[in-house]
Design a protein around this ligand. Structure first.
Ligand code: PMP
Length: 288
């Protein structure tokens, strides 16, 4: 992914794509002291940009480092990067990390760094799939007393990548992860929703990322008068749900056909949520 034309914003200005490098003794590479965002631009407008920039700063703070760039500065840098690459519909990836000024677990003398890349990224999941087939992940999401679960931190993605590879190796698109208690948590990079009797059910986000898309979808559903219940969901309940979909900035809203042995149908409520979200991100529906 490093050998292409284009520009990446790094620590204050644009550099050619191929020159956006870091040293091998970067603290983040050894000790996972990095946080990132995943954002989408639609028709030249970056959806919920400031919300993502705020979360990036907050993620860094949860890991114990302060970014010297304000929300406004990060917003402006994202817009500048998108324009420099001549993109309108794109994925935007800000990443912040501790640098190479110090080696060892302690990182108090490292400097915080920020880079922003963007590229055209169609669908996150296979667009031909009638619905995603999810495996059950062999790894569980850690409890909030073992990790800063509301940080979008690279360290959390070690078990996500391992779970994703495990699922792909068995012919699935992705994996559903349970949490430390054995409750349904989320997929490897997206939140999960279920439908039953016209009501939306989603796991309470008490030990995994409370996604911006998740919160957006909850708002869209309530605007339509659809009841949304955030609660503990146990695997035993999966059998009884009629529809299932995943939400994420990259994934957007994508239907799930099966999780392990349990199958789901397509339905009006999922279709409506997909349409409302598509309308909202493209400015055809006013923000609520
Ligand atoms: N959970 C995980 C682990 C993720 O990586 C993502 C994608 N950022 C989400 C949930 C969804 O978050 P958002 O809607 O803010 O993109």
């Amino acid at each position: 992914f490093d050998d292409r034309d284009g520009f990446i914003w790094m620590d204050g200005g644009l550099v050619p794509w191929r020159s956006a490098n870091v040293h091998v003794l970067t603290h983040a590479l050894h000790y996972a002291s990095s946080v990132f965002e995943g954002v989408r631009a639609y028709g030249g407008t970056i959806f919920e940009l400031s919300w993502h920039s705020r979360r990036l700063r907050e993620s860094a703070r949860l890991l114990g480092f302060e970014l010297p760039w304000s929300v406004e500065a990060i917003d402006a840098a994202c817009i500048e990067t998108l324009a420099a690459n001549g993109l309108k519909d794109a994925y935007v990836r800000p990443v912040a990390w501790r640098g190479s000024e110090q080696m060892g677990v302690s990182a108090i003398r490292t400097r915080p760094h920020l880079a922003i890349a963007c590229w055209a990224w169609g669908s996150y999941f296979d667009p031909d799939a009638a619905g995603l087939r999810l495996d059950i992940a062999p790894w569980r999401r850690p409890p909030p007393y073992c990790a800063p679960v509301q940080a979008k931190a690279s360290g959390h993605y070690m078990i996500a990548t391992m779970s994703k590879h495990h699922a792909e190796g068995r012919g699935f698109h992705d994996a559903l992860m349970f949490d430390h208690r054995g409750q349904v948590a989320e997929a490897t990079a997206a939140n999960a929703f279920f439908v039953k009797d016209g009501v939306l059910h989603t796991p309470a986000a008490d030990c995994f990322l409370n996604g911006i898309t998740r919160q957006t979808v909850i708002g869209l559903a309530r605007r339509r008068g659809i009841e949304v219940v955030e609660r503990a969901i146990w695997p035993e309940e999966l059998e009884g749900f009629e529809q299932c979909f995943l939400t994420g900035s990259a994934a957007e809203i994508v239907g799930v056909a099966s999780i392990g042995p349990w199958t789901f149908g397509t339905g009006e409520l999922s279709r409506q949520m997909r349409k409302d979200y598509a309308d909202l991100v493209r400015g055809r529906l006013a923000a609520g």
